[in-house]
Design a protein around this ligand. Sequence first.
Ligand SMILES: [Zn+2]
Length: 482
Amino acid sequence: MRYQATIGIEVHAQLLTASKMFCACRADYAAAPPNTLVCPVDLGLPGALPVINAQAVEDTVLTGLALGCRIAEVSWFDRKNYAYPDLPKGYQISQYDHPLCAGGSLEVEVQGARRRIRIRRVHLEEDTAKLTHAEGCTLVDFNRAGVPLMEIVSEPDMHTPEEAYAYVTGLRSILRYLGVNSGDMEKGALRLEVNVSVAAEGEQGTKVEIKNLNSFRAVLRSLEYEISRQTRLLQAGQRVAQVTMGWDEVREVTFEQRSKEEAHDYRYFPEPDLPPLMLEPAWVEKVRARLPELPGAKAERYRREYGLSSYDAAVLTAERPVAEYFEAAAALTGDGVDAKMVVNWITSELFRLLRTAERPIEESPVTPAGLVELLRMIATGQLTASSGKQVLAEMFETGRPPAEIAEARGLTQISDRSRLQAVVEQVLDENPQAVADYLAGKEAILRFLIGQVMRATRGRANPAMAQELLLEALAARRAHSS
Ligand SMILES: [Zn+2]
C-alpha cells in the first residue's frame, strides 16, 4: 500500500506598522515594559471603539498582490468569540468569510522541480496578549494585544516536509522583501502552524494540526515525525485521531494538546463597531505599483543576466539587502572580474566575516566597490587569492582600501621572473628527493613543489609563473643529469 501525505500551512505575520490594528497605541512592543502600550480599545473597556489602521490594510493588500491574490473590493471584520485570559474583550476581531485577499499562489523549488502552491486567503486580524507561565502563576502582558496580524492560509497542496519548508522560507523571504514583517520567529513576529493527513493514494486522511512551531527546522522535523507516526498507525490497521498537536523541540516528538471534541465554536458574526472595508480599484492599483521585484523573478533574472546557477541565484535573492549588495558589485565588474567571481567571494568569504561579526550585510564595512577593487587586484595578478582573503579580512576590520593594506602588509604578488627563479632554484636544492622522484616519472610531485614555492614566498608567488619556472628548472636538471 502506498501512502501520501497532504500538508496545509497557516502563517501568522505581525505587520511592521507604527500603531496597533484598531487604536493609536504603538505596535513595536519588543522593548517596552509590560502593560505600558495599552488603551481602552485593546483592553476592551466598555464604550471604546476600534478604528481600522490604513497602513495595515495596505500592507496586507501589498502581500496579497505579491502572492497573486484577488483583492476584495468589499471585505468585513468579524468577531471570533472565545474566552481566554489573553483576550480581554472575549473576542478577537478577525476576518471570516469576506477576507481582504483570496486565491493566490507561491512557486517553490524542491530538488530542481518547481511547483505552485495555491494560497486560499490572506486576511487581517489583531494579535492577542502574551501569556508567560511562571511558577504557580501566569503573567499577562497586553502590549501585544491589538498588534496587526496578517494570516496567510495555503491550500493543502504540499506533500513532503521539504515542500512545506520551501513554502515557508519562500513566504518569509517575500514578506521581508515587501518590508511588511520582520521574519523574526524567535520573537514570535512570524508564527507557523501546519496540518497534515496521511492516507492511501486517492483516499482522504484525518487532519492533524501541529501548533507552536518556532523555526523552519521545527516545520521540517515535526512533519517528518508526524507523517511517519500516521503511516505506522495506518499500516497497523489503526485509525488516526483528529487532534491538535504541539511540538517538543527538545525530544523532537509531537504531543497531543486537545482532541476534536474540545474544539471551539467561535460564533463568528460581523463586527458591529466597524463598517465594511471598501477599497477603490484605483487605490489597489497604486499599491500594486509599489511592488518590488520579488525573489523568484529576481533569481530568474540573475540566471539569465549573469549566467548564475539556480543555487547561487537563490542564495543571493533570499534576502533583499544581499541582492542589492550583489547588484551594486556586479555593476562594477569587468577587467577580469565577472559576476561569478563576485558571487563566490560574497557567499564564502564575506558571509563568513559577517557571520563571525554577527552583522547584517547592509552594515558591511567592505562596500561593493571595495570588494570589486580587491577582486580586480586578484584578477590582474597583483594579489594571490589567498593573500586576497587576508586583505579582505583586514578591509572588514578597518574599512581601509585593499591596495593600501596589500602594500603595508607586503602582500602584493611576486610576478618578477628573476626573483621567483631564485626561489624555485632554492626549493629544488632543498628537496632533492622530490626532484629525483619527479625525474623518475612521478610528475604528480610537481604540486608539492609548487606548494613549497608558495610557502617560501608566504603565498605571494604568482602560481602560474611559479609552475612555469619550476617546469623549466626541472627540465634543465633532467637535461643535466642525462
Ligand atoms: Zn491601544
